[in-house]
Design a binder for this molecule. Structure first.
Ligand code: UT7
Length: 325
């Protein structure tokens, strides 16, 4: 009998400090940076974001989301046999955030590693976990997206610092004899490294180069709307489905206008799109599992529904996963 993987529990966590656009605009104004709630809402759909306290790392946010996903799945931490953390804001250069999180969770012993695909990280991590479950290398996996993007924001650059926030989302993915994950489609094109990057690196005890986020927003926007449409169609085609079969589209939560454009191209009404970007901004690898968990807990996403998850981000990376809940 063929072996599949299936999501059996979801969880998410946002750090308590919440800044509305007005709060952030006020803080930025104190250092001479001008922005407004109107601009941010109109151009992005973002209304608020959460920032972690200075001593809180991605693993701290991730472990809270993981505990909630384990509770929802009715799975004990010690029964987890694979941990994958998608993050671009790791706790340390090494070891991986997954190893640090594993120890906090008390799931010691199982393989644990990070995936670095920026805002597509959760889609990459879910696809890797699915493949490992299908081949029998794992049976109960935790797949987590966790970020503290506030650490890498340039608060003098209004074109980027208003966009991002901190948070984490997680799923428990278990082996199943019914699908689960039906298809996925991953891509990267390294010629676009420069349009979205944090170019600094550690060398000889110092950070060389700029350790803050740089983005050519318009270039990212244009690429994103094209590749998200291609990834959606390719993933649906692999599973013999069409956009009309989808119950929910759960895209990376970066900008409402990108989500609207994706939905329009797929001829999906916006009431089939899960939108949480207004509440937490762009949380990079955390945004898709955060949106998924929000939709599950609000009763919109229910077992048996067909979901298309889609991510796009630095690298340039992009991809999609089609699954039955
Ligand atoms: O997670 C990875 C994926 N990342 C993304 O999806 C981001 C993709 N890009 C975007 O979402 C959009 O390009 C942005 C939201 C970043 C920018 O929106 P835009 O509609 O492309 O604005 P723009 O860059 O063309 O800027 C328009 C104006 C400029 O002023 P001028 O030159 O027209 O006078 C900017 O200086 O808006 C100005 N502006 C701001 N004004 C107030 C830029 N940032 C701000 C700001 N507040 N925070």
């Amino acid at each position: 009998m063929r072996r599949y993987s299936r999501i059996t529990g979801t969880g998410s966590y946002l750090p308590p400090r919440r800044l509305t656009n007005a709060d952030l605009a006020e803080e930025l104004a104190a250092s001479g940076v001008e922005t407004s709630d109107d601009w941010i809402v109109e151009r992005t759909g973002i209304r608020a974001r959460h920032f972690a306290a200075a001593d809180v790392c991605s693993s701290d946010l991730g472990v809270e989301a993981a505990r909630r996903a384990l509770d929802a799945a009715g799975v004990l931490a010690q029964d987890i046999d694979l941990i994958i953390v998608a993050t671009s804001t790791p706790d340390m250069v090494f070891p991986s955030t997954a190893c640090i999180l594993q120890n906090k969770l008390g799931a010691n012993g199982c393989p644990a590693f990070d995936v670095q695909a920026v805002c597509s990280g959760f889609i990459y991590a879910l696809t890797v976990a699915d493949a490992m479950i299908q081949t029998g290398s794992a049976s109960k996996a935790l797949v987590i997206g966790a970020e503290v993007f506030s650490r890498i924001l340039d608060f003098k650059d209004r074109t980027t610092c208003v966009l991002f926030g901190d948070g984490a989302g997680a799923v428990v993915l278990e082996a199943s004899d019914t699908p689960g994950i039906l298809a996925s489609d991953l891509h990267a094109d390294g010629k676009h490294v420069g349009i979205l990057c944090v170019p600094g690196h550690v060398s000889g005890g110092s950070v060389l180069g700029d350790p803050l986020l740089k983005m050519d927003g318009q270039a990212v926007f244009k690429l994103a709307v094209g590749v998200l449409d291609e990834a959606a169609r390719a993933t649906l085609a692999k599973a013999g489905k069409t956009a009309a079969d989808i119950d929910w589209l759960i895209p990376h939560q970066a900008n409402i206008r990108i989500m609207q454009s994706t939905a329009r191209k797929l001829k999906l009404p916006m009431d089939k799109v899960i939108v949480t970007v207004d509440q937490h901004g762009n949380t990079s690898a955390a945004s898709i599992p955060l949106a998924l968990d929000t939709a599950v807990r609000s009763g919109r996403v229910v077992p048996g529904q067909l979901l298309l998850l889609e991510g796009v981000g630095g690298g340039f990376t992009w991809g999609a996963v089609l699954l039955n809940m």
